[in-house]
Design a protein around this ligand. Structure first.
Ligand SMILES: Cc1ncc(COP(=O)(O)O)c(C=O)c1O
Length: 392
């Protein structure tokens, strides 16, 4: 019995990282475990599975695929891919920056930004539980050699938090703070929108003290839609900004860094160092351009779907969540000590056909996106509530 439970937990980790503190399966064990669960990868799941693990699980629509197939391409390392050039110019304009650079992933965008602004041994002030600290497998320490000071709570922090954490340059003991990073929306905090005025105050204070500012805007379009701002307004205070095309916008890959010409020139070099300089990337850029044309306005629908799910699960006494805090497409809720823990809820939800993540021992994340309908999300809310409430 113990073995069955362990195998099952491990399988869940392998399939959708649903468990907490469980090692991933090695390659040899992975396939039998997947088969024993009756699924070998996403495409073998029953069609009515409602996949809320992330907004990255979307697949390119027929229109997007057609745009990709038609893309005019060239060798991007020679600057000869017209479609990637068009995308980079468009994102630079959208964000109000001088230049932009496409990168395969948001993680690489964050890593490259760190290389642009910091030196090994530097200190970077970031929001607590930011992606760069929790979800990049220690890349910042390995690549840029920086340390993080996590500040604030609930995905945001104040200018006073920044000032208190900032360490001076040239001190005998302190690591110099050379960068402040904001994540908007904040993933682990539940898609929280960073207050724009506070971001502007933090960046102004940073600039006055010679500290650079970077915005991890993987879901900046969600923040803009939820806060009724343009992405240009939200990006304006920051030296450098990244956005993702592969999350709420539904493209199969790609993030874009935008900043000054000099910063982007430096980023080109660090992207190359990371092995991220590719060739005919216009195929990805075409998907990104298509996404910017077609999938921006509809983000509000994802936010409404998330709110509906939040309102439903918050009906459980075991759930600690104020649905009013759910403003974008991510729902993160905590499970009270008197109820089931996160791996239990995730496992039960999975049996009911809803896929969500365990973000911590008693924390669950669900994310809405363009591949799940409003009806499916309403059903997912009901099923998640069942998964939480079901007696042992
Ligand atoms: C806030 C944030 N930044 C960066 C990333 C990294 O993006 P990628 O998965 O493309 O590496 C993510 C991914 O979910 C994210 O949520």
């Amino acid at each position: 019995m113990q073995r069955v439970v362990r195998e099952r937990l491990s399988s869940l980790t392998a399939v959708c990282s649903t468990t907490w503190n469980e090692p991933a399966l090695d390659a040899g064990a992975r396939e039998p475990a997947l088969r024993s669960l009756g699924c070998l990868g996403r495409y073998d799941w029953p069609v009515d599975v409602i996949d809320l693990r992330s907004d990255t699980v979307t697949r390119p629509s027929p229109g997007m695929r057609e745009a990709m197939a038609r893309a005019e391409v060239g060798d991007d390392q020679f600057g000869e891919d017209p479609t990637i050039n068009r995308l980079q110019d468009r994102v630079a304009d959208l964000l109000g920056k001088e230049a932009a650079l496409w990168l395969p992933t948001g993680t690489m965008a964050n890593q490259v930004a760190l290389r642009v602004f910091t030196r090994p041994g530097d200190d970077v002030v970031v929001s607590r539980e930011s992606h760069a600290v929790w979800h990049e497998t220690g890349a910042a320490g390995a690549n840029a050699g920086v340390q993080f000071s996590e500040v604030g709570s609930g995905g945001t922090f104040t200018v006073a938090d920044f000032v208190a954490a900032r360490k001076p340059r040239g001190h005998l003991l302190y690591p110099p703070t050379t960068l402040v990073e904001v994540e908007d929306t904040h993933n682990r905090a539940g898609g929280v929108v960073f207050p724009p005025d506070e971001a502007a105050a933090i960046c102004a204070e940073a600039r006055a003290s010679g500290v650079a500012s970077y915005l991890d805007g993987a879901r900046l379009f969600n923040a803009a839609v939820a806060g009724n701002r343009t992405v240009m307004e939200l990006a304006a205070p920051f030296d450098m900004v990244s956005i993702a095309l592969s999350k709420g916008l539904g493209a199969p890959g790609g993030s874009v860094l935008a900043g000054s010409r000099d910063q982007i020139d430096a980023a080109v070099r660090y992207r190359r160092m990371s092995g991220g300089a590719m060739r005919q990337v216009g195929i990805f850029a075409a998907a990104g351009l298509y996404a910017l044309d077609t999938n921006l306005e509809r983000l509000a629908e994802d936010h409404a779907k998330a709110k509906g799910i939040a309102e439903r699960v918050a009906q459980s006494e075991h759930v600690l969540l104020d649905p009013a805090t759910v403003r974008t497409n991510i729902i993160v809720f905590r499970l009270a000590d008197d109820g089931p823990d996160a791996p239990t809820v995730v496992g039960r939800a999975r049996e009911l056909g809803v896929l969500v993540f365990a973000f911590g021992p008693r924390t669950v994340r669900a994310v809405t996106h363009l591949d799940v309908s409003a009806e499916a999300c309403a059903k997912a809310g009901d099923l998640l509530l069942d998964a939480i409430e079901r007696p042992d």
